[in-house]
Design a protein around this ligand. Structure first.
Ligand code: ZN
Length: 262
């Protein structure tokens, strides 16, 4: 029997966030609150379980803003800084729960996290910091169950590396993609709601991120009724997007809440 889960968009900004440091808004209207975008991340929650996908530089603020007071595990899409650099904030949960916080990531991401944040895995050189994370290798094409949340992880093309896509029942999350292959498209077929990287916007030759044309092409096969764009850049004003996108497509915004059936 299916049950309800809630998706909260913790952040929908690309690597710079909006405004970028220095209070730079690009073409985004500073008077539109939905243009304030922290780095991309989502929370998926049932009444028993909370999962976080990615812990970027804004992670602590995002969790406090949405009053998400604990988590069961953090899953990662890939190792780029804007998706991982808040990982040390997980320490607070480990100390409070008196248990290592589980994280799941593909092997390249685990390797990068070990290299950049070694103290979180094996303590510090001085032997005074305890390890705080329990790392788990994530395999593409596998189903996972954390608490009462079951979901599928699949590989996505992010140009310079792979990223992990997620399907929770009738919801799909595809941040940081250039394109999707047939396996990934098949993993998403039948979803109702899809949050997808649209950072390429109108650019034909944008690296590492999908443009609108690619998203429309992919969704012809996937068939999501409602598509929300994430990884939104300084070139993407909220109101302009709302006016130009076709029916069934909207920009995400920080704090957006969606329901799905898992
Ligand atoms: Zn990336």
């Amino acid at each position: 029997m299916s049950k309800a889960a809630t998706i909260t968009v913790l952040g929908c900004g690309n690597s710079t966030g909006v405004p970028a440091i220095g209070n730079y808004w690009g073409v985004c209207n500073p008077n539109e609150p939905k243009n304030i975008r922290t780095r991309s991340s989502v929370a998926i929650q049932t009444d028993q379980t909370t999962l976080i996908i990615d812990t970027g530089p804004d992670f602590r603020q995002q969790m406090n803003r949405e009053n998400i007071t604990n988590l069961d595990a953090a899953f990662y899409t890939h190792f780029h800084e804007d998706h991982v650099n808040g990982i040390h904030e997980l320490r607070a949960f480990t100390f409070r729960n008196k248990a290592l916080t589980p994280i799941y990531a593909d092997q390249p991401t685990l390797d990068a996290l070990h290299s950049r944040f070694g103290f979180l895995f094996d303590g510090g050189n001085l032997d005074i910091y305890p390890p705080v994370l329990a790392p788990n290798k994530l395999e593409y094409g596998q189903n996972y169950q954390i608490g009462d949340l079951e979901f599928l992880c699949f590989e996505q093309d992010h140009d310079s590396c792979s990223s992990v896509g997620y399907r929770f029942g009738d919801f799909g999350y595809s941040t940081d993609i250039l394109d999707l292959d047939e396996v990934a498209v098949n993993a998403l077929k039948g979803i109702k709601t899809w949050i997808v990287d649209g950072c390429g916007y109108h650019k034909e030759d944008y690296v590492a991120h999908a443009n609108l044309k690619t998203i429309y092409r992919l969704n012809e096969q996937i068939g999501a009724e409602q598509v929300y764009l994430t990884s939104l850049s300084l070139a993407m004003d909220y109101k302009t997007l709302c006016e130009e996108l076709p029916e069934g497509y909207k920009p995400a915004h920080d704090g957006l809440r969606l329901n799905c059936q898992i």
